[in-house]
Design a protein around this ligand. Sequence first.
Ligand code: PMP
Length: 397
Amino acid sequence: MSAISKELAETLQAEMPFFDFFRNSEWSRRQGDPGNCDFVTGEPQEMALPGFVDALARWVKPGDPHWFGYKTSDPDARAVAAEALSRRVEVDFPPDHLFFTNGAIAGLVVALRAVVDPGDEVIYLSPPWFGYEPMIRERRADAVRVNLQPPVFDLDVPAIEAAISARTRAIIVNSPNNPAGRIYQPAQLQELAGVLERASARNGRPVYLISDEAYSRVLFDGRQFTSPAAFYPRTLLVYTYAKTMLTPGQRIGYIALPPGMPDARLVGEAIFMSQIATGWSFPNALLQHAIADLEEVLIDLHALQNKRDVMTQGLADLGYQVTVPEGTFYVIVRSPLADDMKFIDILAARNIFVLPGATTELPGFFRISLTATMDMIERSMEGFKSALDEARATSRG
Ligand code: PMP
């Protein structure tokens, strides 16, 4: 006799290492203690940007009686966001091809629901963001993992091609990538588009590309981001404002369909229905009213890059193997002990908290979030040094 849905019971089981860390680790017990150097999540650790607060204050005053009425995707907000997106990625997205969602999480769930059937296969690239597999399972589809190769974890088109079957319906691609910080290059995306076109023709059924572009504006060293939508018209582009504004508790993002997507009208209707069916997955009215101002709010990328440099250079100087990210908030580091769970205990004893790779299909590594303060980064160096010494002594002993 099962008290809950069998499907959710299975998903919970599969995600246990991740949820266990968030609920039962030393970090979960000591989160928020003043002496901590907390590098675990991409949560904000500094006060919200003034531009964000001002925008909400400006638009909270109702402009008409319907101001706080039910909102799907507001036409004015669609026009603003489609124009800004088109300018950034150099693809002309029509406003009615843009569907506002509660951030990328709802965008991904809604996108999967709109095009994937139970029993289909959905490819994801590993190491992944933790949400993909449960979302695919929730759709009762099979998650097919393609491993990317350390230390760079670049897009591996031949490995993806080898994983495609007659049941493949979609692939989730995330660039700039969490956790690896890699930006996939135009030539690779073009090659992938060719592979997906051929697979669609062979299968007699389109394969969709779900492009998770959560970090598309979080780029370092003046790098450019290219959307797969520039090469593959059956792309569902998923965006969130949470990373550029560092406000993940105020939920807004969207799904956008490129102008050349075949059956775009039908896919749009499926997205709309899926938004209703998943519990009115539209952002609150206030966030949509404020969108023209919110489009302008951007975290200080110069300061973020500076944090990246201090962190990566500092760790490399101590003797850690670090992958320098091209974008995102994250840095991945090889654990000096093969068992990264053991090493994070050594760090936790020094008030340093990082995300163990074992929780996100990245055993032998750990992940650092640069949303920590510069003070934490600087303070942590001594602890990182003595933790490395202890790990070396442990593995010798
Ligand atoms: N995709 C990736 C790769 C992410 O890192 C995150 C958040 N950490 C999300 C999606 C979810 O974004 P949001 O909370 O804005 O929905």
